[in-house]
Design a protein around this ligand. Structure first.
Ligand code: TYM
Length: 329
């Protein structure tokens, strides 16, 4: 049987960034050739922090358009919006009752996000977010979940919950494997290359829909180091190494080959080449996104189709789960 994959992305920004793209989305596209794929926009995750309703709706549509423009193909994959499939919330309740409070409290993303926003203002949803993520995944019984490194701990919780459920109620759920691309698992912030690239630090974050001028400026202002030699050394040269990783991912040229080609050249040359390469990708991508956004009815109809397909699988799992746990169905 063809193995199945599932993954999600939050619609919390006006654009995906190159960390999302290289860490996860390139895998989403390539796995369509070998797997049965389900991909979704995680709008229920987005509301763990306050969202403006009109903006959330717009960003959900824009996220959908970006997936299509990147090559996620509704003919090959099921692409849907999380909130349109009610089973995610239904199944989450069941998994919440299998999760220990201590286990939820250990999730580092919660600790980081709560610390940033002030712990007392963090919502219960932010704490239980990884349980919703486990429900997202286990509902579809995928074999693999393509994500970046920052999602590893959530995947571990997902696996633990699947094993626990199966142990308690009998074999029901598939225990999925994280699928993390080693080279691009963690694209770093261009201004602080010891931190992961994230929308919360806009100056160091290259968005695929940023204007080409802004992208060029961000890349050309990337922090490197006081040395002059272009070499790959994540510990001592995190900025230069990050630029080499990005260039390698977009050109398909291996890092050692790039290092050789930059022998005797300056950091400015490297930045120029990274900027040119990213722009070469971004320009046609942006045109395609704007074109797709011109036909909102078509996007909405694709969303509805995707949700119908997803619901069929999700409903079967919920029925199975409800039966196993003794609900009167
Ligand atoms: P999100 O929306 O923050 O990110 C989407 C994907 O991009 C990856 N990513 C990165 N990869 C490399 N370098 C970076 N700097 C970088 N920043 C982000 C993320 O690892 C992710 O794969 N909780 C998830 C969404 C989600 C989900 C799921 C994922 C909800 N349910 C079920 C998989 C399965 C999130 O917030 O991703």
């Amino acid at each position: 049987m063809t193995p199945r994959v599932l993954s999600g992305i939050q619609p919390t920004s006006d654009s995906f960034h190159i960390g999302n793209h290289l860490g996860a989305l390139t895998n989403w596209v390539s796995m369509q050739e070998t797997h049965e794929c389900l991909y979704f926009i995680a709008d229920m995750h987005a509301i763990t922090v306050e969202q403006d309703p009109a903006q959330l709706r717009e960003r959900t549509l824009l996220s959908f358009a970006q997936l299509l423009a990147l090559g996620v193909d509704p003919k090959k994959s099921t692409i849907f919006v999380q909130s349109q499939v009610a089973e995610h919330a239904q199944f989450m309740w069941v998994l919440s009752c299998l999760t220990g409070l201590g286990e939820a409290n250990r999730m580092t993303q919660f600790k980081d996000k709560a610390a940033k926003g002030g712990a007392s203002s963090a919502s219960v949803g932010l704490l239980t977010y990884p349980i919703l993520q486990a429900a997202d995944i286990l509902l579809y019984r995928p074999n693999a979940v393509p994500v970046g490194e920052d999602q590893r701990q959530h995947l571990e919780l997902t696996r633990d919950l699947a094993i626990r459920f199966n142990g308690r109620y009998g074999q029901t759920l598939v225990v999925p494997e994280p699928h993390i691309l080693k080279a691009t698992a963690k694209i770093m912030d261009l201004q602080d290359p010891t931190a992961k690239m994230s929308k919360s630090s806009p100056a160091g974050c290259v968005n695929l829909l940023d204007s080409l001028k802004v992208t060029e400026k961000k890349i050309k202002s990337a922090v490197t180091d006081s040395d002059t030699q272009i070499s790959f050394d994540v510990i001592n040269k995190p900025g230069v190494s990050n630029l080499l990783t990005i260039l390698s991912a977009y050109t398909g040229t291996a890092v050692p080959e790039l290092v050789d080609s930059f022998a005797g050249r300056m950091y400015g040359d490297l930045k120029k080449e990274v900027a040119a390469t990213v722009l070469e990708f971004a320009e046609p991508f942006q045109n395609r996104v704007f074109e797709l956004m011109g036909d909102r009815a078509e996007l909405e109809s694709l969303m509805a189709d995707g949700a119908n397909r997803a619901r069929e699988i999700a409903a079967a799992t919920v029925t199975d789960v409800y039966t196993k746990i003794g609900f009167a169905i």
